[in-house]
Design a binder for this molecule. Structure first.
Ligand code: B1M
Length: 212
């Protein structure tokens, strides 16, 4: 049976045609879905990111690894999401303007859905105004999440918080932020209501914020 190490190496090498079969085989053999995700796929993206930093791989390799991970995630999805989708209310999520990274955002969306929310995914490169429009289209929504992966796009998180406050939603709608360069201090600085470092804790934070 393929182990977690083989899954990691398949993502890292971008063997897109093999990933679905390998993940399915591991699941069939009783491997834990969260371990496949965390220790296999997410770990592989960390490795490829480090190689990119050292100029050992380039953007096309990042892209193919990302596509491979997404394909593998499709197989994992039913094993990560529970049956109570939508009971906790709506959650609008997107990656900020200027930023095309969506794997982390998609994982957060998956975990939030799994925690019982109906997720409205605005996609990537989402301007602050689009979050406000989505709130107007979904007046029963009480939670928004925004993801930023680049130090150059972190500032867009602040624009989103400001746009939501300026549109009169302060206090009524909570804003959660996250992404690799984002910290709790940064979230506090820009006036966000919540921050979490990873997808699992993002779901816990969302539940905490709607209860408060
Ligand atoms: Co890009 N990229 N990338 N990239 N890329 C990084 C982020 C980078 C760290 C790589 C590096 O140099 N080591 C670097 C950023 C440096 C910086 O700003 N400090 C970088 C760069 C520089 C770039 C480009 C500028 C490269 C170029 O063109 N020269 C370019 C920018 C394009 C743009 O966005 N405008 C670019 C492009 C790309 C690809 C398109 C090729 C591809 C993305 C494909 C896709 O997403 N569909 C890509 C990839 C794959 C990466 C790395 C390798 C992997 C990102 C990833 O998916 N990680 C990344 C290096 C790395 O992360 N080590 C890198 C796995 C994912 C599960 O983790 O996204 O962190 P992450 O999400 C986590 C948490 O952050 C958190 O939970 C998630 C799950 O646990 N989280 C939240 C995320 N959002 C949250 C929201 C929350 C709460 C938690 O609440 C709402």
């Amino acid at each position: 049976m393929p182990g977690i190490q083989e899954i990691a190496s398949t993502v890292e090498k971008g063997k897109i045609k093999l990933i679905e079969g390998i993940v399915q085989e591991a699941l069939d053999a009783g491997e834990n879905a969260n371990a496949i995700l965390e220790e296999g796929m997410i770990a592989a993206m960390g490795v490829i990111g480090m190689k990119f930093q050292k100029n050992e791989v380039f953007v096309p390799e990042l892209l193919i690894a990302a596509k491979t991970m997404k394909k593998g995630l499709e197989v994992l999805r039913p094993h990560l999401v529970s049956g109570s989708v939508g009971k906790k209310g709506k959650f609008i999520i997107g990656t900020v303007a200027g930023d095309k990274h969506d794997i982390g955002k998609n994982l957060v969306a998956l975990m939030i859905e799994s925690a019982g929310f109906e997720v409205i995914d605005l996609g990537v490169d989402v301007p602050a105004g689009r979050f406000v429009d989505a709130l107007r289209e979904n007046p029963d929504c009480r939670l928004i999440g925004a993801s930023a992966l680049l130090t150059t796009t972190m500032g867009a998180l602040k624009s989103i918080v400001e746009a939501i406050h300026d549109a009169g939603y302060k206090g009524r709608v909570k804003v959660m932020v996250g992404g690799a360069p984002v910290t709790q201090d940064f979230a506090d600085l820009i006036g966000a209501d919540g921050y979490s470092p990873d997808a699992g804790s993002a779901a816990d934070k969302a539940l905490e914020l709607i209860a408060s």
